[in-house]
Design a protein around this ligand. Sequence first.
Ligand SMILES: Cc1cc2nc3c(=O)[nH]c(=O)nc-3n(C[C@H](O)[C@H](O)[C@H](O)COP(=O)(O)OP(=O)(O)OC[C@H]3O[C@@H](n4cnc5c(N)ncnc54)[C@H](O)[C@@H]3O)c2cc1C
Length: 489
Amino acid sequence: MHTYDVVVVGAGNAAFCAALAAREKAQKVLVLERAPEVESGGNSRFTAGLMRVAYDGVEDLKRVMPDLSAEEIARSDFGTYSADQFLDDMARVTEYRCDPDLTELLVKRSLDTLAWMRTKGVRFTAAWGRQAFNIGGKFKFWGGLTVEAVGGGPGLVESLTNAARKNGIEVWYSARAVDLIRDDDGVKGVRVKRNGRTIDVHAKSVVLAAGGFQANPEWRARYLGPGWELAKVRGTRFNTGDVICMALDAGAAPAGNWSGCHAVAWERNAPEFGDLAIGDQFQKHSYPWGVYLNAQGKRFVDEGADFRNYTYAKYGRVILSQPGQFAWQIFDAKVKAQLRDEYKIRQVTKRTANTLEELVRQLDGVDADAALAELKAYNAAVRTEIAFNPNVKDGRCTKGLPIPKSNWANTLDTPPYEAYAVTCGITFTFGGLRINTDAQVLDTDGAPITGLYAAGELVGGIFYFNYPGGSGLTNGAVFGRIAGTSAAR
Ligand SMILES: Cc1cc2nc3c(=O)[nH]c(=O)nc-3n(C[C@H](O)[C@H](O)[C@H](O)COP(=O)(O)OP(=O)(O)OC[C@H]3O[C@@H](n4cnc5c(N)ncnc54)[C@H](O)[C@@H]3O)c2cc1C
């Protein structure tokens, strides 16, 4: 007989935050991980560990990063990212659909939750490498994303796993939840397939934190729409939606944007699922400094509509809808130094040429004549009288094009030119289970299901259409902690 106070399904960021919070009150806590230990940690392990947090200045940041030195503070302009700004960003990018109560919790608990994680042994640092530009010797942060876990996603999962062990939380690897044990009084445990054997694990409460359904091509086509089975999966192959399914079977209500997801520009020849050795480096996020072309040789999206943080998560869908589901990103030598590290890995599909005429002929699958005409029309439309400034939305735009570029429009005039082939990489799905502010799962009549809690990617109602970068981990941490606390009560 396996009996626990709290069983947590999943072993990513949300799950471990839930387990650690539960363990503050409960004696016996078990984490069930479907993946074997070498592939454990879910999508959380694939991340850069960037976490969006509201702060009113460096004193707030020091709660999360007490190791910041005086010298580091002196050479950084962290600015502020107030709770109001975070709320505004959530509302704006989700087109005012995000659940107001859950979003308020996400924002208002963000700083406190990261400070709590720090007390559990997770270390954070400022994201100098990714989210700040050096201006006159000072690193100026932009886009509301200042904090990252030391060691990125792998470091985050390692610290959380160590914290769980230190706190006496049991972790079972290769242990897949296959059903909920329940009766008329609610959920009483989880049926688990472990090393080929089916085991019943009884518990006072169960927290579901097993990710979305992005790794399930059949569900992608069913819910996201035709063509989505062709997307590459950026992260773990284990988030197939089966835990969402078992909760729905138990009467849980679905919530949120079931046809929506986070999806980005991703190396065209990347494997079907994420590769932990590469992590997030298949992404190609420097498009604001260049232009996109599709198979017809046409631009198809405003590459400079906003800071990368606020557009990257919705442009994967735009790429998927292009003929052949691919696109090329084109840059010239002027912006080469600004290309992110992910452009320097070996596993890129890249073309280089000294003239645009030569370049377009090398773009596999593209109408070269149309592409050349498009690039020339783009060059002619750039308002070069406006200064280029990557730190602000500089308003350096194009004029008169059917698809404008609104900021950072540089002419492509300095060889060598570079082109990178991308397709759509899906990160996670937005639809999931309905929860209340105690992270209790609600049934289709709106009542809490006794003993059942949920957090992270498999919760619906928080993200719609788009997503402010770095909110996924914060979402998992905030609601994981709430779910764990509620489950142990
Ligand atoms: C390449 C990449 C980069 C990213 N970068 C960032 C970033 O920098 N910042 C950010 O905020 N977000 C980022 N994200 C998004 C982020 O990964 C997710 O929002 C977040 O990690 C979700 O956490 P989670 O705990 O809900 O799910 P996960 O971390 O995916 O954990 C789900 C867990 O459930 C397990 N599981 C699944 N089914 C079962 C089952 N039946 N039984 C038992 N266990 C099961 C899985 O194996 C896994 O351990 C990125 C995602 C990817 C793929």
